[in-house]
Design a binder for this molecule. Structure first.
Ligand code: GDP
Ligand code: MG
Length: 163
């Protein structure tokens, strides 16, 4: 059984972009299904000869419901229960939002280990601003740009060290 790493976060922070970047070329196209997003939501990542399962919960929860944090957690609960590690993706350019504050309560309630992934870090000023997310008390924060692929190697190294 592979370790399972589960991506969570509010809409538009870049969860699917990160998922696709980490999955790389091995991603498959999934057809339209009514009521759910077309995004693929799980896959296997290979890094340095090891594998883990990656789940994008944004692909599980319909977009219109994803705005309510309790629904993110309720509908993705099977993925979260099986998780070895949660990746909480945040938008470092926007900083902490009320939705993030609400999400973090649910994240803590899972009792699972959490890495913060501060996405959209494409300048030194945004990198510095990302430190704001340390206030939630999680130990580990990775500044990345999922779009450009910066910081993702460090994130993958840390995931493998952890799992
Ligand atoms: P999700 O709703 O959390 O899955 O977010 P998406 O992956 O769909 O991305 C939401 C928006 O943010 C899209 O317009 C992406 O192009 C953009 N985005 C995602 N990652 C990055 C990034 O690293 N840098 C920048 N500048 N934009 C990004
Ligand atoms: Mg998405």
């Amino acid at each position: 059984l592979l370790p399972s790493v589960v991506i969570l976060g509010r809409p538009n922070v870049g969860k699917s972009t990160l998922f696709n970047k980490l999955i790389g070329r091995r991603q498959a196209i999934v057809g339209d299904e009514p009521g759910i997003t077309r995004d693929r939501h799980y896959g296997v990542v290979e890094w340095l000869g090891r594998n883990f399962e990656l789940v994008d919960t944004g692909g599980i929860v319909p977009d219109d419901e994803a705005i309510i944090p309790v629904n993110i957690f309720r509908q993705a609960s099977f993925a979260i229960e099986g998780a070895t590690l949660l990746l909480w993706v945040v938008d470092a350019r926007e900083g902490v939002t009320p939705l993030d504050e609400e999400l973090v309560r649910h994240l803590r309630a899972t009792g699972k280990p959490v890495f913060i992934v501060a996405n959209k870090v494409e300048s030194e000023s945004v990198r510095a601003a990302a430190g704001e997310f340390y206030r939630f008390g999680f130990d580990t924060l990775f500044p990345v740009s999922a779009e450009h692929g910066t910081g993702t190697a460090e994130l993958l190294d840390a995931i493998l060290d952890f799992t």
